[in-house]
Design a protein. Structure first.
Length: 99
C-alpha cells in the first residue's frame, strides 16, 4: 500500500463519479470503524457495517444500471417486428397466433 499522504488521480466517466465516491467513502468508513471498534469486536462491527452498506451500494448500482437501460431503450424507441396477416385479413401475433 501507498503511504497515507500519497494521492493518485484517476479518470472516470462523469456518470460513474457518484458511485466511485461512494466506494471510497465506504473504504474510509471501514478504516475508521476498525480503528474505533472495541477490542475483540473489530471484525464483527466491520462485517456488520460492510454488509449493510454493501447492500445499499448494491441497490444503487442496480438502480443505476436499470435506469441506463431504460434510457437507452427510450432513445431507440419501441421495437418493431413483422406482423402477418392470415387469410381472413386479421392481424395476428406471430408468437402465439392470437389476433
Amino acid at each position: 500500500m501507498s503511504a497515507p499522504d500519497t494521492k493518485v488521480t484517476i479518470e472516470v466517466a462523469a456518470q460513474h463519479e457518484p458511485l466511485v465516491r461512494r466506494a471510497l467513502a465506504l473504504v474510509e468508513e471501514m478504516e475508521q470503524l476498525a480503528l474505533t471498534a472495541a477490542d475483540g469486536q473489530v471484525v464483527h462491527e466491520c462485517e456488520t457495517a460492510v454488509i449493510e452498506k454493501g447492500r445499499q451500494w448494491q441497490n444503487q448500482l442496480l438502480n443505476a444500471a436499470v435506469a441506463r437501460r431504460i434510457e437507452a431503450a427510450e432513445k431507440k424507441g419501441l421495437r418493431c417486428g413483422p406482423v402477418h396477416v392470415d387469410g381472413r385479413r386479421k392481424t395476428k401475433d406471430p408468437s402465439n397466433g392470437n389476433s
